[in-house]
Design a binder for this molecule. Structure first.
Ligand SMILES: Cc1cc2nc3c(=O)[nH]c(=O)nc-3n(C[C@H](O)[C@H](O)[C@H](O)COP(=O)(O)OP(=O)(O)OC[C@H]3O[C@@H](n4cnc5c(N)ncnc54)[C@H](O)[C@@H]3O)c2cc1C
Length: 496
């Protein structure tokens, strides 16, 4: 029997349970299917494909060194699998579980139906610390810890393959504004871990909130974790090993903060795993009822997405994201909050634009975060980031603004934050007034009968019970204080 290892967002040979299982069972056919219907979706983009393509090439080279070729096919997975079954006879299918978008969810159901119809055993292994068919969050943190502490899966020394023709990866290159692609592949991922612990991470907590220092101080592991060139367990165990060192190069607090974020990664993906509809439907019913659709060509959506709002710091963040495919967490939260609160755009329209721009697009983190930063969960304190104040805090000398918004670079630094005060064009929205209007909308929603009962339901399903990986970000600390206030019956909305 032939054992097909179907690689999806797990493009590595290390710590790869399906590959190890297949290699122990018989001849292996490693398969990657480039699916045109997926890459045509509105949340998929050429930049994501460019990173994925590089990671697949890296995987192919590693498999070749182990004695077999990665078979690449372009098309529908079920049709590809059926063609292989007709050519090779009896098959077994091995893969990781995927918590993707609704499209991949439906595609996996078709694969399951095909496997059942043809008596093909499909063995799926958990990816990350994410649990299938989980009803509530009560024991999730323990589950995550157990999975991360388990030993890494040994990489098979040699693979015995087939004579299946190898195939070619499509180019699918299209101009999408990216000027530099973060290097894909496992060596690049390991380099990032090494450089982080050799010194880069010394500035992690202090530097992560500014887009200037964050570019270097943040781990930059996100696209590698999203495409699986690095396993979550490998990353967590590396951090744990650094924490256990007697002579750490970077302060333990920084390593601990990275560990918290790796935990959040899985905590967020678990939300979409438990409720895939969160990609389209607000977690809280009142937030869903309050939604107003935004047309894809809405001029305010386009101005926001293209970095043309006239708010220089916001525009600088969007333009830098367009050029690099990456933005630090605080600025992602800010751009999403401005879209949803100040510009009153529907979170799905703005979230889709962001998804396409992120090289690290991970649906399970993205959609719950988009909802959280848009006030759609009902269980998180709404945070109305002020894009001018954020600029003054995170880019006090306006060098980031000058770099990405050259049209204001000739102004004195303080004026670059508010060029309209120097006679420049006014932005598309008046920030203070729009924030007040957003607060009124939030208050009206929260005052509706049944709001708290529905919020309790969202918390039961998705809320964090973890204490061990406590939030350590100053914004989180303030948010927790505000949550306490909210529980005590007071209205809490954070102006940041
Ligand atoms: C609106 C919005 C959308 C986002 N969409 C994505 C996305 O599509 N893909 C994605 O990987 N991250 C997303 N994030 C989370 C976070 O911003 C990125 O993970 C982070 O900026 C990536 O840079 P880094 O790898 O240097 O992060 P680091 O700060 O070094 O963190 C290390 C890792 O921890 C995880 N992580 C960090 N912050 C978070 C968080 N808040 N929630 C969950 N996991 C986290 C990521 O895997 C990250 O690579 C989003 C955040 C917001 C506010």
């Amino acid at each position: 029997m032939l054992h097909i290892v179907w690689f999806k967002r797990d493009l590595r040979v290390a710590d790869h349970a399906p590959l190890a299982e297949a290699a122990a069972a018989g001849p292996v056919l490693p398969l990657y299917v480039a699916e045109p219907d997926y890459w045509r979706l509105s949340d998929a983009s050429p930049r994501q494909w460019a990173f994925t393509r590089g990671a697949v090439q890296d995987l192919a080279a590693r498999l070749a060194a182990m004695g077999t070729s990665l078979v690449v096919r372009v098309g529908d997975v079920v049709e590809v699998l059926e063609a292989l079954r007709q050519r090779h006879g009896a098959l077994a299918l091995h893969s990781h579980e995927e918590t993707g978008n609704l499209w991949t969810f439906a595609r996996d159901r078709r694969v399951a139906a095909w496997a059942r119809a043809h008596g093909v055993a499909w063995s799926e292994h958990a990816q990350f610390g994410v649990r299938r068919r989980m009803r509530d969050r009560d024991h999730w943190a323990r589950f995550f810890a157990r999975r991360m502490e388990a030993p890494m899966i040994a990489t098979p020394a040699r693979l015995h393959g087939t004579d299946e023709p190898v195939g070619r990866l499509p180019e699918w290159a299209r101009e999408d504004g990216l000027t530099s692609l973060q290097p894909p592949g496992r060596a690049a991922a390991l380099d990032l871990l090494d450089s982080f612990f050799a010194g880069r991470g010394a500035d992690y907590r202090r530097g992560m909130s500014s887009p200037i220092s964050g570019e270097r101080a943040c781990s930059r592991l996100s696209p590698h974790l999203a495409m699986g060139s690095l396993s979550m367990r490998e990353a967590v165990q590396r951090v744990a090993a650094e924490l256990a060192r007697a002579d750490p190069v970077i302060a333990r607090g920084n390593a601990q903060s990275l560990l918290s974020r790796l935990h959040w990664h899985c905590h967020f993906i678990q939300k979409l795993e438990s409720e895939p509809e969160l990609e389209r439907r607000a977690a809280h019913s009142a937030a869903e009822a309050a939604r107003r659709s935004t047309a894809p060509d809405d001029p305010r959506l386009l101005a926001w997405a293209q970095g043309r709002t006239g708010l220089p710091f916001l525009d600088a963040c969007m333009r830098s994201l367009i050029a690099t495919g990456w933005l630090n967490f605080r600025m992602r939260a800010m751009v999403q909050a401005v879209a949803s609160y100040h510009l009153a755009l529907d979170w799905q329209a703005s979230g889709t634009r962001l998804a396409r721009l992120f090289i690290d697009y991970e649906p399970g983190i993205h959609w719950p975060q988009v909802q959280m930063q848009s006030g759609a969960t009902g269980i998180n304190t709404p945070r109305i980031y002020n894009p001018i104040k954020q600029g003054l805090d995170q880019d006090p000398d306006a060098v980031f603004i000058a770099r990405w918004v050259p049209e204001v670079a000739s102004l004195a630094p303080p004026m670059r934050h508010m060029p309209w005060l120097a006679g420049g064009a006014v932005p598309i929205v008046e920030v203070a007034e729009a924030a007040r209007a957003a607060k009124l909308r939030i208050s009206a929603m929260r005052a509706e009968p049944g709001f708290q009962v529905a919020a309790r339901g969202v918390f039961e399903r998705h809320g964090s019970r973890a204490r061990t990986f406590g939030n350590d970000h100053p914004v989180e600390t303030r948010a927790r204080a505000a949550q306490k206030a909210a529980k005590a019956g007071r209205q809490a909305v954070l102006d940041l």
